[in-house]
Design a protein. Structure first.
Length: 174
């Protein structure tokens, strides 16, 4: 059975934007290395990663919730419908063997925080978490300083500059 990488990020980037291209490249690279992907199933980063994955021959699972009334993106090969936002987040986490956090807003921050806290508190097994973009580098750095003060593990979330580094890290750790 193929490993699944859950990808989190903004729903806003359009096809001509850098964030979209980054997500597309990650989806494609993961597919070419034998991974399937899972996203929230809608637009922006979710669409781009799904498009890259499908074009690379992988499954693109979309975990959706009908809060916004829109259809899934056209690259989703399997949809899992949830009733609430929290159920959706739980399912996205449950399906992932590893996680990628791309640029995003408060929803993406929430998703990263939930995974990080579940692992930190021993509520789930440690799984690789790879973040891309300066926003996450800053947040992870600040949180690790606090975690160090609390005597907690500061090696749970990794930050990377390139999509190749992220895919290499996941392949090496899964």
């Amino acid at each position: 059975m193929k490993k699944i990488i859950t990808i989190f990020g903004s729903s806003k980037p359009a096809e001509n934007e850098e964030q979209y291209r980054t997500a597309y490249n990650i989806g494609k690279q993961l597919a070419l290395r034998g991974f399937d992907i899972c996203t929230g199933g809608f637009n922006g980063v979710m669409e781009a990663a799904s498009k890259g994955a499908v074009e690379g021959g992988a499954e693109a699972i979309g975990v959706t919730v009908n809060l916004w009334g829109g259809p899934t993106n056209k690259y989703i090969t399997k949809e899992i419908k949830c009733d609430t936002l929290l159920e959706r987040i739980q399912k996205l986490i449950e399906l992932g063997n590893g996680f990628i956090v791309l640029q995003g807003g408060t929803g993406t921050l929430l998703e990263l925080a939930v995974i990080w806290e579940y692992i930190n508190k021993g509520l789930m097994q440690t799984k690789p978490i790879a973040c891309h973009s300066s926003i996450w580098r800053n947040i992870v750095s600040e949180m690790n300083e606090q975690m160090k003060l609390e005597g907690r593990n500061i090696d749970l979330v990794k930050t990377f500059d390139t999509t190749e580094q992220i895919v290499d890290y996941l392949q090496d750790n899964l």
